[in-house]
Write a protein that binds this ligand. Sequence first.
Ligand code: GDP
Ligand code: IMO
Ligand code: MG
Length: 428
Amino acid sequence: MANVTVIGAQWGDEGKGKLVDWLSNRADVVVRFQGGHNAGHTLVVGNITYKLSLLPSGVVQGKPSVIGNGVVVDPWHLLEEIRKIGEQGVSITPDLLVLADNACLILPLHRDLDQAREAAATNKIGTTGRGIGPAYEDKVGRRAIRVADLADREALEAKIDRLLAHHTPLRRGLGLPEADAGQILADLEAIAPQVLAYAKPAWRLLDEVVKSGKRVLFEGAQGALLDVDHGTYPYVTSSNTVAGQAAAGSGVGPKGPGYILGIVKAYTTRVGEGPFPTELDDEVGKHLGTVGRELGTVTGRARRCGWFDAVLVRQSVALNGIDGIALTKLDVLDGLPTLKICVGYQVGGQTLDYLPAGLKAQAGITPVYEEIEGWRESTQGARSFRDLPAAAVKYVRRIEELIGAPVALLSTSPQRDDTILMRDPFQA
Ligand code: GDP
Ligand code: IMO
Ligand code: MG
């Protein structure tokens, strides 16, 4: 298959960035298609660590990259991320990066609203506070400012007025100072030339790329359980994170996404609020957090940790049409005498093999576990499946069986090259 789509199959932070970086030398273009700078993708190459939130992870290998229309873009953050990665020796020029001219912008007023709502809420979502939700609301409400508007002062002025007609009463209600239309206009005009340098009809470029037989790698952000439709609503992000969004969020048509590679952590984590059936509030949970260095890239919050949940991942395989998975962070389980895998849910006296949609049902789940023997040996840095201890192989095989998808790649450390290829997604 010519194209590959990488998506998170759990609650995000599965290791998408590492895998996209690794796969990007097999691709011609790397594309982000949803989310914004709520994402935090960490790439480790030798002794250099790159942290990306908005830029597609292919940029580190010098691959042409696209920020698609489905992404909400904070233009100040974009320029800052380009500057920062430039300091690490990765030069981003308009030859390398294309920003869809029809992508919607995140403005400071979106961040204000996100943070003020979270501060006022009794039932917090635990957002990243970066304005993602409010920006998507304005997009769907047809009052967003889009990249192309930066080139048209008249349109921009009218759009700011329309936007403030909506935001002024909201701000008032939350006790926020009134936003100043003139200031917003001036701030946007100050950065417009720098941002517009990257702006193009991205769908057109991708159409040419696909027609010329080149390979596209789509990079998802967040994970399927944070999807606004399919996730643990309302404890989700505000975009569709499932693989189907790769097409709409970049404009390539439904056949574009190609092979769907689900990135799956060998255990489960979640950052922010919301149900988490296999969460461990004990020493094992702490152990996973410490060994796995489970600290949020964007907010620095500790990620909640728990056992592998095969019910969730099996659901994710269906929701995304996953062809194969990349199993990451197997090394974090090294040394644990016994491992548990959740194979079913007990909810109100019933046994379920899927995540129920109701909030109360989700919060009342008791996981049904299967125990599996752990391994003493280190798998860290393993570069071949044959090097893995027999118990680790058994764990991987049991996961494949339970979720109904094969392992295509295995990751055994944060380092780019500590990756075992079992089936090449681009050749499948
Ligand atoms: P993403 O949001 O899906 O790109 O994932 P993050 O980068 O937020 O979180 C994954 C973290 O795990 C990062 O710090 C990676 O460097 C690290 N990581 C990725 N793969 C592995 C692995 O196989 N083993 C270990 N120990 N760490 C990994
Ligand atoms: P990557 O791409 C993990 C979570 C937040 C919060 C919820 C809503 O690194 O996997 P938002 O700011 O999007 O409105 O927050 O979604 N969240 C993530 N959790 N990884 C991410 O991205 C996330 N992006 C958002 O913690 O619970
Ligand atoms: Mg992350």
